[in-house]
Design a protein around this ligand. Structure first.
Ligand SMILES: Cc1ncc(COP(=O)(O)O)c(C=O)c1O
Length: 448
């Protein structure tokens, strides 16, 4: 961190100097001050918030990393993307203390209209803006309960939809998030279509959609008064799993059979990451509800619950104080336009295909790489003991991630019990991808 930014901290009343810019020092302070659930301070350094560009991120000791997390799918265009910063500087004088809850302002209306346009389906839609992905999920859940008069939900295992209230009730990706906390709503849970580990021992090409039949059975024996089936179009936190289109279609049709709505949680997979605005488009399904977040706000807290208009009976019944204030709405509109002008949907599909192809080489080379899968720039690598047994290898996965970060300076994240997740920013190039795969290759070799 340079003197200017250290001085900013000093001006804020903190007596800091360059000698305190050490990872261990700040990790200790952070561990005392912050209560964060899934963070592993053993692996990652303390990030320098003042430097970085594109897919290059730095810790406070000046170590440069190649970032393939994209801030867990938050940074569409990477760190400090110049055109974005210029646009942001140009709107610094807008009034941004206009909470969107009770009063209208032009930017949030334009953003709602734009989201209705880019999401699947020609039906009339409405939007509730939120400050997080979890709350975007909850906005859809409340609307579905209100419109259907029903109170129960279908969700999957694994699944991640948030850590609060109703959304937490749908989540099942890591017991850390859930155990000890009561379930906020009634959820019927069935296995996510996970073909590499099909619980019914089937092969995707000629299966009879036993996963959909499992939902039928669950609805028959547990009751079918379902408000909405909530599904990730790609399971992100739960292990980066790509469901086959026919299974998603089957879940959709089964939901419709019992009069339930269907919702695609696009918080991680949406915003063009997979090469389509919404990942559910890959599956040929038009959902009733869509939740968005992460990259939607360009690094600022913004989520959106998108549903059929009107979303609530008898006037709207859900909002948040800080929802889509003008500055963040303008930034979001800029991102959507820039994605179109820069043809980023196509680029993401192409770069993602290249990344998958290169990762296939790792699968051929390493017995412990059981599966690689993904759509666009949302890609996973499943780590196993060996390809024959497919036994999950969570400890080996953790060692690979640690080696990748600390020795190869590849800023990477795990996902689920034994997978590695690659969700880079949309500015990644094929040269960067080659570098990512080479570093991961060495990390796997060194960790076995
Ligand atoms: C699919 C999905 N839904 C919801 C959420 C929750 O978003 P947030 O952490 O912004 O509440 C996430 C976060 O990772 C997610 O991946």
């Amino acid at each position: 961190m340079d003197d200017k930014h250290i001085q900013v901290l000093r001006d804020l009343g903190f007596d800091l100097s360059a000698k305190e810019m050490k990872n261990d020092y700040w990790k200790k302070r952070a561990a005392r001050a912050l209560a964060l659930t899934t963070q592993d301070r053993d692996v990652y350094g303390c990030l320098d918030h003042t430097v970085g560009d594109g897919v290059h991120i730095y810790d406070i000791e000046g170590t440069e990393y190649l970032d393939v997390t994209g801030g867990v799918a938050v940074r569409a265009f990477g760190l400090r993307y110049r055109p974005y910063l210029e646009f942001e500087a140009s709107i610094n004088d807008v009034v941004h203390e206009f909470p969107g809850m009770d009063f209208d302002a032009i930017p949030q209306t334009l953003l709602a209209e734009r989201l209705a346009e880019i999401t699947p389906g020609d039906h009339r839609k409405q939007v509730v803006f939120t400050t997080s992905g979890g709350r975007a999920v909850e906005g859809c859940m409340k609307s579905a309960m209100d419109l259907s008069g029903r109170r129960r939900f279908v969700a999957f295992r694994p699944a991640f939809h948030g850590r609060t209230g109703y959304a937490l009730a749908l989540t099942s990706s890591n017991s850390k998030h859930k155990s000890g906390f009561p379930q906020g709503v009634d959820v019927i849970r069935v296995p996510y279509p996970y073909c590499y580990r099909c619980p019914y021992g089937q092969v995707v090409d000629d299966c009879n959609l036993e996963c959909v039949e499992a939902l039928r059975y669950a609805l028959q024996v547990e009751g079918d008064d379902i408000a909405v089936t909530v599904m990730e179009p790609l399971c992100g936190e739960g292990g980066l799993i790509v469901p086959p289109a026919k299974a998603v279609q089957g879940m959709y049709e089964m939901s419709k059979e019992v009069g339930a709505y269907f919702m695609s949680d696009e918080v991680q997979a949406g915003m063009g990451r997979t090469g389509k605005w919404c990942a559910v488009e890959h599956h040929g399904v038009v959902p009733d509800y869509i939740s968005m977040g992460k990259a939607l706000g360009g690094g600022y807290p913004l989520g959106a619950s998108i549903g059929p208009a009107p979303m609530f009976t008898g006037g709207s019944r859900h909002s948040e104080t800080f929802s889509a204030e003008p500055k963040v709405s303008l930034l979001s509109l800029w991102i959507l336009r820039h994605m179109e002008e820069g043809d980023f949907l196509k680029k993401n599909a192409e770069h993602g295909a290249y990344l998958l192809k290169r990762l296939e080489e790792l699968k051929d080379r390493h017995e412990v790489v059981g599966d690689v899968r993904g759509l666009g720039l949302m890609v996973g690598v499943e780590v196993v003991k060996d390809k024959t047994s497919k036994e999950k290898a969570p400890k080996l996965r953790d060692r690979i991630v640690k080696t990748a970060v600390q020795k190869e300076h590849l800023w990477i994240l795990g996902s689920g019990q034994n997978s590695i997740r690659l969700t880079p920013s949309y500015v990644i190039t094929n040269d960067d991808i080659d570098e990512v795969v080479d570093r991961l290759d060495r990390a796997i070799s060194a960790s076995k």
